[in-house]
Ligand binder design. Structure first.
Ligand code: IMP
Length: 430
């Protein structure tokens, strides 16, 4: 007799910053194992717990829970300096309560990746920039796929690190000097800190795939935390304005070594409106007062870069596409309180292009930049909803908005966020 599997996957459904950290944190008391499996320090998960704000870029949000297991899977690109900063900060606050394990197969974001990220962005020039976070994510994944990357297992062995880095730096220095007119990097300037990082990370390195396998087979409750979101997916997002990893549900398998049939449930996190950082198409972007109001009310500034986020309305065809890609079973709807006092609430239900009505998300970037949103305007509400504890306590118009989303996407809303704190969440049926 096999034990029932209990594996939840949580993914962002829009362009990131949906408030995934808070949802993870909210579900956390019931979870045994928290896992991150793709991306790197480009993510920024803000968690507010007991009045304290904590921002994680790399560590799983579950680190604040005592006695849990937190895993950084093989699909991540890990900036060791950032990793150690986050670990040390938790240690200094006495909040190092969870057990942390890092896959030896995760790739290492090296200083030259961050340098290349910035140089490539500058070289792209106006109009072609992606608006990356500058965290070296793209160049690190490029090295992974060209098989010239350094993995965690390489930096924890000083001899292997020396041998591989010698070859890698020769190549990188050709690029820095010949293509970008920069000075070459000296070997020791890269090797010495990397060796130190390796020594400090070594105690955390473990066979995370095997640990997860055991945990799944024992029926432990596992939460796979996606970073970024489906519309930034390297394959399925608004390419080239995407990040460099598989941000939709399928990335969870390559990024951990779990199998598709291990999954019990996909939770899609949807913000009650839409935001985007960086460049790229965003059909429902609001350039007027409403957009500014959403930014101000929602505190829409990047957790990683501090950049003001572009703000706009909910986009139903984009979300339908996202629900399909992710196989979403349930929605966690976040930041509903931000819509309080907005007057009429616009929802994009289709698009218009050259007099033609498009009802589904166009996946080619050319069409995406030409479409205009067609809005339905739903009645808003002015009542403060931040203390509502149940769905029934919400104003009628807020309830109708939630029901509208459920009907349009054919996926139930299980959780509703009505404020920043862990406690300000309505459980409608998770
Ligand atoms: P990169 O991931 O730094 O290469 O950036 C590529 C694109 O993804 C840019 O538009 C970034 O703004 C966006 N991006 C990366 N990480 C996040 C995130 O955590 N939230 C929202 N957008 C992100």
């Amino acid at each position: 007799m096999s034990t029932k599997k209990n594996v939840d996957l949580l993914v962002g459904a829009q362009w990131g910053d949906e408030g995934k950290g808070k949802v993870v944190d909210m579900l956390g008391s019931d979870v045994d194992v928290f896992v991150r499996y793709q991306g790197g320090a480009n993510a920024g998960h803000t968690v507010v717990s007991e009045g304290q704000k904590v921002v994680f870029h790399l560590l799983p949000s579950g680190m604040l829970y005592p006695g849990k297991l937190c895993i950084l899977g093989n699909g991540l690109v890990i900036d060791p300096e950032q990793f150690l900063n986050e670990v040390n900060e938790l240690l200094s606050r006495g909040q190092d309560k969870a057990r942390l394990a890092v896959s030896p197969h995760a790739h290492v974001v090296m200083p030259y990746h961050k340098m290349l990220d910035r140089l490539q962005e500058e070289a792209r020039g106006k109009g072609r920039k992606i608006g990356t976070t500058g965290r070296g994510i793209g160049p690190c994944y490029v090295d992974k796929y060209s098989r010239s990357g350094l993995r965690i297992e390489d930096i924890i062995n000083a001899d292997v690190l020396r041998e591989k880095l010698t070859y890698i730096l020769e190549e990188k220095n050709q690029i820095f000097t010949k293509l970008y007119n920069q000075r070459p990097l000296a070997f020791d300037e890269i090797y010495e800190p990397a060796k130190r990082w390796g020594e400090e990370i070594a105690p955390y390195v473990d066979d995370t795939r095997k640990m997860l396998r055991l945990a799944v087979d024992e029926g432990k409750h596992i939460l796979l935390e996606g970073a970024q979101a489906a519309l930034l997916d390297i394959d399925h997002g608004t390419y080239p304005y995407v990040t460099s990893s598989s941000t939709s549900a399928s990335g969870a398998f390559t990024g951990t070594g779990l199998a598709p049939n291990d999954l019990s449930r996909v939770i899609a996190v949807v913000k009650a409106y839409t935001t985007r950082v960086g460049e790229g198409p965003f059909p429902t972007e609001d350039f007027g007062e409403d957009g500014e109001k959403l930014r101000a009310n929602g505190g829409e500034y990047g957790a990683t870069t501090g950049r003001p986020r572009r703000c706009g309305w909910l986009d139903i065809p984009a979300l339908r596409y996202s629900m399909e890609l992710n196989g979403a079973n349930v929605i966690a709807l976040t930041k509903l309180d931000v819509l309080t006092g907005m007057g009429g609430i616009k929802v994009c239900t289709s698009y218009e292009r050259d007099g033609e009505n498009l009802t589904s998300w166009p996946t080619d970037t050319g069409t995406l930049s030409e479409i205009k949103p067609v809005y339905e305007i739903l009645p808003g509400w002015d009542e403060d909803i931040t203390n509502c504890k149940s769905f029934d306590e919400l104003p009628e118009n807020a309830k109708s908005y939630v029901k509208f989303i459920e009907n349009a996407l054919n996926v139930p809303v299980g959780l509703i966020g009505v404020g920043a704190d862990r406690m300000q969440t309505i459980n409608k049926g998770m």
